[in-house]
Design a protein around this ligand. Structure first.
Ligand SMILES: O=C(O)[C@@H](CO)OP(=O)(O)O
Ligand SMILES: [Mn+2]
Ligand SMILES: [Mn+2]
Length: 544
């Protein structure tokens, strides 16, 4: 049980954590949608209330190095668990480096299956070195090992990124990768790319937001249905010229030879989904694993030996077979607040719903006792067309939940800064931040009225840098037509953390210090009048 604090009895009203997804802090104004947004409410909070900056990237959130940006999974894991675990990116890299991955049963089953049946080994996943969902180095290591182990035929299905890496960088990955395959290819080892498409068009949907994407991915990778191209470079060049889309939004393509797809997925094949992050892996995994599947008509359901890079959901045991064990995230704040008998409420719209539930609770999909979840359906549109997204509805729901008096601890996520930040539109991203400002201005007074306190923070940066800046010159890069190259990925910047307290008469503030997202759970525990769990990182709260 969490122990009661002796120095502080705790706030009587609700404690509310508000995550402004993708709203990082940078002193640089140019290309910074957060700084440029008209957000009088948030600006006044920064003047009036105790605040600090939190580290939200790199080793502070369990990534392999401080060159790695933060992301929603590692960010919400750290906030919810109050601790830093080595995350998927680091665990897989290590397992490959030590060779452990290839000694485990999952890899052996995958490879023995294709050797025994003389069938094809397929790799499917996000094709970049973004290290948010996947890393192309992991893919290359597995292909090289497959050759070493005498596998005869490998097909690769590539989901183009442009969201964790520069927006039109796909060919920078395809070129060197084709060369890598050319060097491995031999009469005994037949390897090539078989299909692909933009990650926001096919396969990588999350939280059941748009199953059509997964259906289109299934048609492309499994059935080999779609537009044929002779190779990936030709596909990308043609589709770019026709659609003007950036990589994440490019339509699907099928690589064909002599009028037939080179790599459909068939009975007896093995399939490795090489993304380590779970949210955008669960739906396609279900399509490959579920015997009775209702989300779309698969037309053909090949009997394959399937493995995910990690296990994506420990409660649902999805997938059954995985190459590397996921981080065992234990003693989350959700669990211990539940054990303390507290009532918890979590809310977001579909795009971030799993962030405040599944990621928050250490990648568990089931609830702890006393938890209530509310999902507001997201629009299925390009978010630069609706930068306000469902911020008003999230605010309405949070106001109702706070005012109901039913909950001790509440959490919500406003997706705007992140989802609109990823589109690369600076104009829309400033509106996104402004929509969050409107929401805060409505919600916080209701927390006052209930005698509560709020922490306003974020999980990582995104909207704070909308220009792709040349590291050497510090100037924005430009496209061929002279326009500024947009940055669609997350940033390395810290995030704000504001303690909104109008109820203790100034007794509480945040200590100066070198803090990160993992210090939030203990801080919330203190606000509730509890000591932190022994495994959580320290509280930032100073109590007078
Ligand atoms: O959209 C996503 O999948 C990632 C970026 O790859 O963003 P976030 O971590 O904010 O969910
Ligand atoms: Mn995020
Ligand atoms: Mn994001």
């Amino acid at each position: 049980m969490l122990k009661k604090l002796s120095a502080f009895e705790g706030i009587k009203g609700p404690i509310v954590t508000i995550v402004m997804d993708g709203v990082g802090y940078s002193p640089k104004e140019e290309g910074n949608a957060v700084a440029q947004a008209r957000k009088p409410y948030l600006d006044s909070l920064m003047k009036k209330y105790s605040h600090v900056l939190l580290k939200a990237h790199g080793t502070a959130v369990g990534m392999p190095s401080d060159a790695d940006m933060g992301n929603s999974e590692v960010g919400h894991n750290a906030i919810g668990a109050g601790q830093v675990y080595e995350q998927g990116a680091a665990l897989v890299a290590k397992s490959i480096q030590t060779g452990e991955i290839f000694k485990r049963d999952a890899w052996k089953e995958i490879t023995e299956n294709v050797r025994a049946k003389k069938s094809t080994l397929h790799f499917l996943g996000l094709f970049s070195d973004g290290n948010v969902h996947s890393n192309i180095e992991h893919l290359k290591a597995m292909i090289a090992e497959a050759k070493k182990e005498g596998i005869a035929k490998v097909r690769v299905h590539v989901l183009l990124d442009g969201r964790d890496v520069p927006e039109t960088s796909a060919l920078d990955y395809v070129g060197p990768f084709e060369k890598f395959l050319d060097e491995l290819r031999s009469p005994e080892f037949d390897v090539c790319i078989a299909s692909g498409g933009g990650r926001m068009k096919i396969t990588m949907d999350r939280y059941n937001a748009n199953w059509k994407m997964v259906e289109l991915g299934w048609k492309t990778h499994v059935l080999g249905e779609g537009r044929y191209f002779a190779n990936t470079t030709e596909a990308i060049n043609t589709l770019r010229a026709e659609t003007k889309a950036i990589d994440q939004d490019l339509p699907p393509f099928v690589i064909a030879k002599d009028g037939a797809p080179v790599g459909t997925i068939q009975d007896g094949d093995s399939v490795v989904y090489f993304n380590f992050r779970g949210d955008r892996s669960i739906e396609i995994t279900r399509a490959f694993e579920e015997e009775h599947f209702v989300e779309f008509d698969r037309v053909r359901f090949p009997k394959v030996t399937y493995a995910g890079m990690l296990q994506y959901d420990g409660d649902l045991k999805l997938p059954k077979r995985f190459l590397v064990p996921p981080p065992a995230i234990e003693n989350t704040s959700g669990e211990w607040f539940s054990k303390a008998g507290l009532k918890q409420f979590a809310c977001s719209e579909t795009q971030k719903y799993g962030h405040v539930t599944y990621f928050w609770n250490g990648n568990r999909s089931s609830k702890f006792d006393g938890e209530t979840y509310l999902e507001i359906p997201s629009d299925v549109v390009p978010f630069e067309q609706r930068p306000w997204m469902k911020s008003a509805e999230i605010t309405d729901s949070m106001i109702d939940a706070v005012a109901s008096g039913k909950y001790n601890v509440l959490r919500c996520n406003f997706p705007n800064g992140d989802m609109v930040g990823h589109t690369g539109s600076l104009r829309a991203a400033t509106m996104a931040v402004e929509a969050v400002d409107l929401g805060l201005a409505r919600l916080l007074p209701v927390i006052d009225a209930m005698g509560g306190v709020a922490i306003i923070t974020a999980d990582h940066g995104n909207a704070d840098e909308m220009y792709d800046v040349d590291k050497k010159t510090g100037l924005p890069k430009t496209n061929k037509d002279g326009s500024i190259k947009a940055k669609t990925s997350h940033t390395l910047n810290p995030v704000p953390c504001i303690l909104y307290d109008n109820v203790t008469g100034g007794r509480l503030s945040l200590k100066e210090g070198s803090w990160g997202l993992s210090n939030l759970a203990a801080t919330t525990a203190n606000l509730l009048g509890f000591e932190k769990h022994e495994s959580w990182d320290d509280s930032m709260l100073l109590i007078k």
